[in-house]
Design a protein around this ligand. Structure first.
Ligand code: SF4
Ligand code: SF4
Length: 274
């Protein structure tokens, strides 16, 4: 079933008529990456400590949960190139991807729940579960009861970064999602050496390019200030641009473009020997 699912996700995004910038041949998203994890993976229990008790186990979101399918929708080059030029606020293309592209991502979540149901399996998209909750003030800052990035990490799709993003083989500029199911799926192996080894800063102390890209100083060598970031992403940016761009959410993503991890896992910088 794993290959069937992978093909279905790739087909769905590749053929979705809404996956295009308006009046353009350029898409919001390139071909998805897909990974699988077991609902019994001990990392989900660890997240109760690492993130907080409020972060739910797969079985708390779906009775009889067996597996999770996670995916990454890499943001296209055309969209990333437009945001590379920005210094204070996101580009129109980036904002359209955040709003309209994310709607396509939401439709994919619902499509997969139906896809599993047709095959006789239970499934739930955590974001559309009645248990879905967001919290503005937790010990780890703003958080929700299910982190798509943490699920993607369990499914071997990448690692975390200094900017609090998730660096995959197709980079940090993406939208991601997941569906919990009662179907049995073989877990994808995790090949990264640590939970943040795809980020150059954590790998060898170099880079830090995202620090300079953030217009509000929300990234430093100590990490990411979620509150400062949120003020721009959900306050300043939509207040300035929503009407102009015609979208409710604009995102920001300046720290995800014009950086070495934009479109791939950056290779090692420090070459030894010779
Ligand atoms: S720009 Fe550099 S330091 Fe920042 S997340 Fe990417 S690899 Fe890590
Ligand atoms: S999304 Fe924008 S505001 Fe948030 S850390 Fe990145 S560059 Fe800064």
């Amino acid at each position: 079933m794993e290959e069937q699912l992978r093909s279905e996700i790739i087909r769905y995004i590749g053929s979705h008529s809404g996956n295009y910038l308006p009046d353009s041949i350029n898409r919001y998203f390139d071909e998805p990456l897909v990974g699988f994890s077991s609902a019994n993976d001990p990392l989900f229990s660890d997240y109760k400590t690492i993130i907080g008790q409020f972060h739910l186990l797969p079985c708390e979101l779906l009775s009889g949960a067996v597996s999770i399918v996670s995916w990454i929708l890499p943001i296209s080059r055309a969209v990333c190139e437009s945001n590379r030029k920005q210094k204070e606020l996101p580009s129109r293309e980036w904002a359209l991807t955040r709003s309209n592209g994310e709607n396509v991502n939401g439709e994919l979540r619902r499509h997969l729940v139906s896809w599993f149901a047709e095959k006789g399996h239970g499934a739930v998209a955590p974001q559309y579960s009645p248990q879905w909750k967001e919290f503005s003030d937790t010990p780890v800052g703003i958080a929700s009861c299910w982190s798509e990035r943490h699920a993607a990490y369990v499914a071997g799709l990448g690692t975390f970064s200094l900017s609090d993003g998730f660096i995959t083989s197709r980079g940090i500029a993406h939208r991601c999602g997941s569906v919990i199911t009662s179907a049995a799926l073989n877990p994808t192996p995790r090949i990264s050496s640590t939970h943040n080894s795809n980020c150059l800063y954590y790998r060898d102390g170099s880079c830090g390019a995202c620090i300079a890209r953030c217009p509000v100083g929300a990234i430093s060598r100590s990490g990411h200030d979620k509150f400062r970031c949120r003020e721009l992403v959900y306050g300043t940016a939509p207040a300035a641009l929503s009407e102009l761009y015609g979208v409710p959410q604009t995102g920001c993503g300046l720290c995800q473009t014009k950086v070495p991890c934009e479109a791939s896992t950056p290779p090692d910088r420090r070459v030894t020997g010779g």
